[in-house]
Design a protein around this ligand. Sequence first.
Ligand code: ADP
Length: 498
Amino acid sequence: MSASRPLHICMAASEAAPYAKSGGLADVVGALPKALARRGCRVTLFHPLYRAVKETFTLHRPVLADVPLALGGERRVFDVFQHRPSPGITTLFIGDDDFFDRSGLYGEEEDYPDNARRFSFFCRALLATVARLGRPVDLFHLHDWQTALVPLYLRHRPDFTPSLSGVPSLLTIHNLAYQGLFPATAIHGADIPGHLFHMEGVEFYGQVNFLKGGILYADAVNTVSPRYCREIQTAEYGAGLDGVLRSRRDHLYGILNGVDYELWNPGADAYLPAAYSAEDLSGKEVCKRDLLRRFGLSPDLGPPLMATISRLVDQKGFDIIASSMAELLDLGFRYILLGAGEEKYVRAFSNLARRHPDRMAVKIAYDESLAHRIEAGADFFLMPSRFEPCGLNQIYSLRYGTIPIVRATGGLDDTVTSYDRLTGEGNGIKFGEYSPEALISAAREARSLYHHPEHRANLVRNAMACDFSWDSSAGRYLDLYGQLIAPPRGKPPLESSF
Ligand code: ADP
């Protein structure tokens, strides 16, 4: 690191807001570079040039054209396009129409069969781009399995990038459930050296595991909350990689995600029918009325309105929500769900909504504007995840005065504190056991607090006062970058968890 120039971080991810988004990863990779740039870093963000990006952003001449790359014995060429979203940040899009000019990010009905090739190519192409551009790089910050081969190439294929030898790398795991698992033959297409295909290397029960490669060969690994960092080192939450993670525990960190309050602020949210703040909540009532109307529910503001916005996948606790639904409605709640994903949940929740049309409504879609309206109009946000690396929606809910009801796991446990009737402290309602009974008992407590004016006011005030902005989390990333770039000599090992 030179004192005379800003730190230059090369970040890479398969999705980043506003370019492409399928979940929280995109929010994080969209926001973290901005927070780092505010602290004086220069960030180059590498992103695939998906069809959606080409359709939405006007990109001029490529900054690099027809760059040749030999991948798994096949000759390819790619282009690099540039976009500057804000000062200090340059996005470089890796363009290869065969691989990325498709309607999905990772698949359509099913995963694309060539995902191993697509993302190993992305990793190789971004390294080739960095080497060609020749600007000094201080650190590579990679996100999830799609970019996890970068640390492996840096360490084990110095022939690909001789000019980058010694540049440290950090891998952030946003969700250990997605590992990039492929048949063993994928190592050839990805140019992974054969001698790494064994239990202590990238092999995982006969397959190749891209994320495992990143965990083993990055200089440090982090995940997105301190509790999830502890959980993934256990057999229960480790998704088969707990042993590998434990082997790297001296270089494993938990850094809580921040959120972007420029995008999620009830005082200035262009999607909302009315703005509001902790001092004047009248706009929140307008939002609730508007939401009830949009979902065809009765306009009565009295009953508590509970909502969920989520990918419809097993992780998020939809089996216990479905089993609890009749009782939640009998307790007096209204319920709104916005989500897209697995067919079994689409069917189950659509059927429930048909059975209770006056008290429950479902929208099967991915809809950013509706997500904002729901955050504002609901009274409670239900998120009973089986596991949750960080979770963003409960943090957005807090800012919108929408009280989270969550299961105490991962980042949900780190961001939500149970309301205490004696002290008036706490920002939500938490339960521990993964069961409909525990969920219903938390909902009973929520209902009771909702109907108690003082407790309800305390909860909303406490929730809206929480600050999970990126500034403090970006500071932690910067500390970690600093230690990787200039490791302390002769000092005790880094603290293993923040
Ligand atoms: P995950 O990354 O596991 O999906 P997070 O809570 O970390 O969960 O982030 C989810 C992000 O995706 C949030 O920004 C949330 O608003 C958004 N999201 C999820 N499903 C939908 C949907 N159906 N419509 C709009 N936004 C959604």
